[in-house]
Design a protein around this ligand. Structure first.
Ligand SMILES: NC(=O)C1=CN([C@@H]2O[C@H](COP(=O)(O)OP(=O)(O)OC[C@H]3O[C@@H](n4cnc5c(N)ncnc54)[C@H](OP(=O)(O)O)[C@@H]3O)[C@@H](O)[C@H]2O)C=CC1
Ligand SMILES: O=C1CO[C@H](CO)[C@@H](O)[C@@H]1O
Length: 338
């Protein structure tokens, strides 16, 4: 994996002012283990529906973003695809300029369902292929047309399909040209090892929750050793989104606020820059054009190693997306440390 951010040899003691790097006009990227590139910053689309998702994608492309994250479960693949196709039709971008990630939902884990689920995603996007297709979670739900199949008590119906079989279906998606790369999401180290044991195509990415309060340093190191890139979801702590009201908000953190003043950047920009300097690929969601611009404006400065260490010290194992419906399943990923 090669992260092309930064690149000078100056030690943190040498400079006293926040370092300003030349502005870049094109999106930088990280190399995946199949030699394809993933743009180092993406846009999440969770809870962006109907007109909102299409407009978000169009605004983001105009700003310079080239990487979008969606999922079958977000029910907005059509709108995300429509936004990209509109910009291709306008001549602003070509298909190959854009990196689209989507995800196989828990109801489609049976090996024989994977290719059809991917075909449906590709058809909804209307973009011929997805750049990256992920197993959204390591545990399965009952095979169903509903996203959240429930029993008579209102409990989500889990199933014991093994993600190792699901992985074989994911590899088929690559062989059929439906997905350029495949990966996993919310997998722990034991689960990653099991996939690697059977894989003829290795997972390129593990998409996990990652922000200053859950910095995933051990999982990042583990994945790096195995050539797997970490995509960082909920990078801003998911304010107003998945995080419960009492979740400690990284955007309000005093240390991060001090760093924001020091670098003359916003807290969100400090966090995104921090995640990129750790070699991860953050995918902040915003439906607001000004905040999309703000989140993109992170390529003209670099945090010193001392400041990165200060942010590392904020880690407190605070998980937003614990997915309680999966607790008790043998493949629930958060029963071990990482
Ligand atoms: N694989 C998985 O299991 C999961 C994947 N994801 C993916 O990761 C993406 C990101 O995670 P998400 O939960 O959306 O959380 P984020 O940490 O990206 O936070 C998104 C929230 O932050 C607000 N926001 C965005 N930019 C700023 C800013 N500069 N200042 C202040 N507030 C800001 C947004 O509001 P507004 O829109 O009004 O700007 C939105 O409410 C998702 O959209 C999804 O694509 C998320 C969860 C699980
Ligand atoms: O990507 C995701 C967003 O949130 C969902 C829960 O509401 C999760 O299922 C999922 O991981």
């Amino acid at each position: 994996m090669c992260c092309v951010i930064g690149g000078t040899n100056r030690s943190s003691e040498v400079y006293r002012e926040p370092r300003r790097l030349p502005a870049v006009l094109t999106m930088m990227s990280v190399k995946l283990n199949n030699n394809r590139d993933i743009p180092v910053l993406g846009v999440g689309t969770l809870f962006a529906k109907q007109g909102e998702a299409e407009q978000l994608v169009k605004d983001a492309i105009d700003i310079g973003y080239r990487h979008f994250d969606t999922a079958m479960a977000y029910q907005n693949e059509k709108e995300v695809g429509a936004g990209v196709r509109a910009k291709i039709a306008e001549g602003v971008i070509k298909r190959e300029d854009i990196f689209i990630t989507s995800k196989l939902w828990n109801t489609k884990h049976k090996r024989e369902l994977v290719v059809d689920a991917c075909k449906e995603t590709v058809s909804k996007l209307g973009l011929e292929y997805v750049d990256l297709y992920l197993i959204h979670w390591p545990f399965a739900f009952k095979d169903s047309e509903e996203l959240w199949p429930k029993d008579s008590d209102g409990k989500v119906q889990l199933a014991d399909d093994d993600y190792v079989d699901t992985w074989k279906g994911m590899e088929e998606c690559v062989k059929l040209g439906l997905a350029r790369s495949v990966g996993i999401s919310n997998f722990n180290t034991e689960q990653i090892n099991r996939v690697l044991e059977v894989a003829t195509i290795k997972p390129a990415v593990n998409q996990v929750e990652c922000h200053p309060y859950l910095n995933q340093s051990k999982l990042i190191a583990f994945c790096k050793e195995r050539g797997i890139v970490i995509t960082a979801y909920c990078p801003l702590g998911s304010p107003n989104s998945i995080a419960k009201a009492d979740f400690p908000a990284p955007l309000k953190d005093p240390t991060l606020q001090e760093l924001a003043s020091k670098y003359k950047k916003s807290v969100a920009q400090i966090i995104l820059r921090y995640l990129i300097q750790h070699g991860t690929v953050p995918i902040p969601k915003s439906s607001n054009k000004n905040r999309l611009k703000e989140n993109f404006d992170i390529f003209d400065f670099e945090l010193s190693s001392a400041d990165v260490a200060a942010i590392d010290a904020l880690d407190r194992n605070a998980r937003i997306c614990a997915f309680n419906d999966g607790i008790g399943h043998k493949n629930y990923p958060f029963d071990i440390e990482y």
